[in-house]
Design a protein around this ligand. Sequence first.
Ligand SMILES: [Mn+2]
Length: 320
Amino acid sequence: MLEIAEMLPPNPSPLWTLVKQAGVTHAVGAMPKASRGNAPWSFDALARAKSAYNDFGFELSVLESRPTLTKAKLGLPGRDEEIETAIELIKNLGRLEIPVWCYEWMPVFNWLRTSTTAPARGGALATAYDHSIMSAGPLTEYGEVSEATLWDSLEYFLRAVLPVAEEAGVKLAMHPDDPPLSPIRGLGRIMRSISNFERLLELYPSPMNGIALCQGNFRLMTDDLPAAIRRLGSTGKVFFVHFRDVAGSVEKYVEVFHDEGPTDMLACMEAYREIGFEGVCRPDHVPTVVGDDNSQAGYSMYGRLFAIGYLKGLREAAYR
Ligand SMILES: [Mn+2]
């Protein structure tokens, strides 16, 4: 059964209460800040974070933050030290029975937008991406990096971490590149097509090597998202779902409310039921609505209420 979760920063806040009031039972968490000499990925830090979620009645289903992996992604000297932190994190997730780690392979840039103030329905604010703006920007300090380099570094990483993940019983869910475009400012990006995700699964076959199906990005890779869910889901390797939609194309798009995009969201929910998805699905990136400030574009508080309610309704329709 698909369970609905929300992304909650690791400290209790009014957001936690609101999400609880909306009937959400599962949390997608992040590493806490370092404290008392404990690294964010240490057992002690993660144990306290997990307890906080549990104390509020949330099951911590996914950890969706990462230690720095820039050298690991770019294949640079020092990568083994970075990979060692990922290994320690995975071991500690196993010890604490946190079943999924969501990671990504976007070098230097994480998710990228050229606007956080795009006009959305009723005066809400959305995030948007326009490649004609981004591509005018300078190269990073790393210059040009090929996709071949990223594939090599990813294989090196998987060979190091997947045996640990198997031992720990922790599933690794790869989030797609956002936007799924390559290169950006000289940096190749590889997690940007359905066939590349199939290549990821073949790179190191393992029951722990899987996918975070972020709909906003996969919808920019295909015109038939429900079919893509069934195709990737047939591998049994969809471990985590981000629920959202965008309008436009990969070169120029804007995020939308969950009910107004071009994607048939009910058909997506039915596809998750058909593939027997057993994991959590969280709303991703909501517009900033009245009563919210825009300081954390995509993750404002009240905007989430609508997304959670819509997702709950779709789940009820698909699973009844
Ligand atoms: Mn996402």
